[in-house]
Write a protein that binds this ligand. Structure first.
Ligand SMILES: Cc1cc2nc3c(=O)[nH]c(=O)nc-3n(C[C@H](O)[C@H](O)[C@H](O)COP(=O)(O)OP(=O)(O)OC[C@H]3O[C@@H](n4cnc5c(N)ncnc54)[C@H](O)[C@@H]3O)c2cc1C
Length: 391
């Protein structure tokens, strides 16, 4: 009897996508490095897969090597930092939520608000996962990485990864495999309540009936986040058809202050901290006094320029969910005859209502994009990684 060819419909949480005829699974770090180095050396296309919760592959499938990462192991390593620091080296194939649960049990703070995010630890830096006021970037130290260009392992520190809102150099195209992730949490004392990081998200604070900035116990934080997420279909649950998705389908768009002023006054918006512009005043060839005088002038000019560029660069984050709802698309919406639909609990999630094709998912996503663009002039960007799928 011949074995059935695996499909991406079986390998991803959206449950769509065609065959993966060249699927291999790595269960140890050595195996993962060897498989990846070999695949990169052959020059064939390579697709990495952890939990498949942020990947949508076309109905044609993927004809290159698919490496499924199923490695495991959490190791405590020496930290050169604070006395309460707990530094962990975690294998890429570990479950992210399993790691959060383990940290909470051990009274280690720093990732409790990231409870319930599906998928693997190795994929977490790819889009710098975030939720309820926490982001991976606040605890990530470094990753060990098989560089596709050389086939060898190198260490990339958190600054090397250029982590931003749902992005990193890995998501923007640096090709290679995260083999292990090093992160640093904070040990809470053995006695008394093990408190989490201060709550930085209004909805979470509201659910806990406390003010933003308050600390509650790690366990309480985890339970509340899980229940909030479940109410939105944002934890994987076989009994919840709204969780057959890739989570949020669109990122919250970031626009200029100027553009944001053209939107309706009630459109939610958050002003983002600006990037510090790099400004260098060249003082080449000046005498000491000239340098000092020019230095003062240059400082004032730099200051003026800095303020000008800062005002210009202040981005404004909008709510993709609000834009979708106010473009006339409500929860549960589907195109006629399609098996893809907006989640009945959350406008930002596109769900597979049973047997949908990748094409149907893409069709609905494109429809949402075009409605929002027509109504507000904003182009929504997909959050999941699309493989062979065009919007
Ligand atoms: C119900 C639901 C809720 C979600 N909620 C959130 C949320 O609150 N916040 C959030 O940020 N995300 C959320 N997501 C998205 C998703 O869970 C995260 O992006 C997660 O990190 C993806 O992990 P994965 O292992 O499933 O990645 P996959 O889908 O397997 O892979 C995602 C991408 O990373 C690449 N990749 C995977 N492993 C590696 C590796 N080891 N090295 C290099 N590249 C790799 C893949 O090639 C692909 O490009 C949600 C998804 C779902 C289904």
């Amino acid at each position: 009897m011949t074995e059935a060819v695996p499909t991406f419909a079986d390998l991803t949480t959206m449950r769509v996508g065609g065959p993966a005829p060249h699927l291999v699974t790595a269960t140890t770090e050595e195996e993962l490095v060897a498989l990846a180095s070999h695949a990169y050396a052959t020059g064939e296309p390579v697709l990495l897969l952890g939990g498949g919760s942020n990947t949508i592959v076309s109905d044609d499938g993927f004809d290159g090597a698919v490496i499924r990462i199923a490695t495991s192991g959490i190791q405590r390593v020496a930290s050169d930092g604070r006395p309460d620091a707990v530094r962990l080296r975690v294998q890429a194939g570990e479950s992210w939520d399993g790691l959060v649960a383990y940290a909470v049990r051990n009274r280690w703070a720093g990732i409790e608000a990231l409870s319930g995010i599906p998928g693997s630890v190795g994929a977490a830096p790819v889009q710098n996962i975030g939720a309820y006021g926490q982001e991976l970037s606040s605890v990530l130290v470094a990753v060990d990485f098989v560089d596709a260009a050389t086939g060898t392992v190198r260490r990339l520190t958190a600054p090397d990864l250029e982590l931003g809102y749902r992005t990193s150099v890995l998501k923007r195209g640096l090709d290679g495999v995260v083999v292990a992730v090093e992160l640093e949490l904070s040990q809470r004392p053995d006695v008394g309540a093990a408190l989490g990081e201060p709550i930085a998200y209004a909805q979470l604070a509201h659910a806990l009936a406390v003010e933003v900035g308050t600390r509650v116990s790690l366990g309480e934080m985890r339970r509340t986040v899980l229940s909030l997420r479940a109410s939105k279909g944002m934890v994987l649950d076989d009994d919840d058809p709204d969780s057959v998705s890739a989570g949020s389908f669109f990122t919250n768009p970031i626009v200029s202050q100027h553009f944001a002023r053209t939107l309706p006054a009630d459109a939610p918006r958050w002003t983002l901290a600006p990037e510090e512009p790099d400004l260098v005043a060249s003082l080449d060839g000046e005498s000491a006094e000239e340098s000092a005088a020019v230095g003062l002038l240059a400082e004032a000019a730099v200051d003026r320029e800095f303020r000008r560029r800062r005002a210009e660069s202040e981005g404004v984050k909008l709510s993709a969910a609000w834009l979708i709802e106010h473009s006339g698309i409500s929860r549960g919406f589907g195109l006629p005859g399609s098996r893809a639909a907006i989640s009945s609990k959350h406008t930002l999630a596109i769900t597979n209502r049973g047997g949908a094709s990748a094409a149907e998912i893409a069709q609905l996503a494109s429809f949402v994009q075009s409605r929002v663009q027509a109504e507000f002039g904003v182009v929504l960007r997909p959050e999941p990684v699309l493989v062979g799928v065009e919007l």
